[in-house]
Design a protein around this ligand. Sequence first.
Ligand code: PLP
Length: 404
Amino acid sequence: MSNDIQRLNQRLASARPSATYRIMDRVAERRAQGAQIISLCAGEPDFDTPEHVRQAAIQAIESGHTRYTQVAGVRSLREAVAAKFRDENGLEAGWQDSIVSNGGKQVIYNALAATLNDGDQVVVPAPYWVSYPEMVQLCGGTPNIVTCDAASGFKLTPAALAAAINPRTRWLILNSPSNPTGAVYSRDELQALAKVLLAQPQVLILADDIYEHLIFDDQPFHTLAQVEPRLAARTLTMNGVSKAYAMTGWRIGFATGPRWLLDAMEKLQGQQTSGASAISQQAALAALSGPKDFIRHSRSVFQRRRDLMVELLNDTPGLHCARPAGAFYAFASCAGLIGRTSPGGRLLASDEDVAHALLDEADVAVVHGSAFGLGPYIRIAYALDDRSLRQACEAIHRFCSAVT
Ligand code: PLP
């Protein structure tokens, strides 16, 4: 029989599986063989969802919130989402200016799928969250990757943005605080980017603010549509409960933006998944409208861990790590290891080799920076207890010290 039956959609066939998932598969394989691996790969807080949120979900089941909801989300949650954008971000949003989806991921995918046509370009600053270029490509667009190196704090500069935009540019994706670098754009930096964007009226902007609340050293958070309200009519401001409230498994993300775009995303979602889980929507409502002490607590824990990690990593031969301003990732240069030999005798020709050798020889899992579009780096997620983090850093230190 011919292999024709297995013919896939061309765009899917050329998409790369997530590098993070590939490493996690290797971790699972090694663990199945009995190895004690410390995984610093996961992009999720290690805390439990707050108690009052869990109770709200139980209550939702008991009181019959178990049916389909409106595609764009139940009105009470959309009101809470709009209030969040007004109160926390200074955006002008009524409940009809909001949409609720199955995680922030679906918001982003649907925005791109609703608007991209073949040949449209999307400016993606690198290092980037692994899903952006793949989603763009799956939706028929072409990612226009703009490298933002350590010298610019891994942030897009106005000059680099201006050089990247052309008549085919449909979107710019901005992510602050950033996965994988933890970089945070200041008000001034956003204002400078806004100046470039004001002169380019064909460009839509996606502000991925999913790590908004994980920002350290009492720095304020800013988002583009707030800093430059004239851009609000073409900015989709996206957020969710995954990272702020330790609710990654509940799958609730949301956004505000121009009505025509939200309407198109709703139309797509209606033929795709329908509304997000009714139970999760009630839980998200409890998170958004409840006490905020959980956010304060997790922020201070992550800040302490960030300080610990930066200190330990910078004390390790061959590694160098700038102090990230947010999220829960350290993005450490491993340039000092490249071209050398691991304790187990492997040539470390790339950051991917470093990540594989760390997993196989030091029992620590990290993701190589080139998976996020910039090498030679390793991304270390410090969403783990202090003891495991110290243990992991000791193992990394032993490995690096024995590199020849
Ligand atoms: N945006 C960024 C930068 C992320 O790192 C993630 C998750 O890892 C998401 C969006 C998606 O979040 P969600 O779990 O709500 O789909």
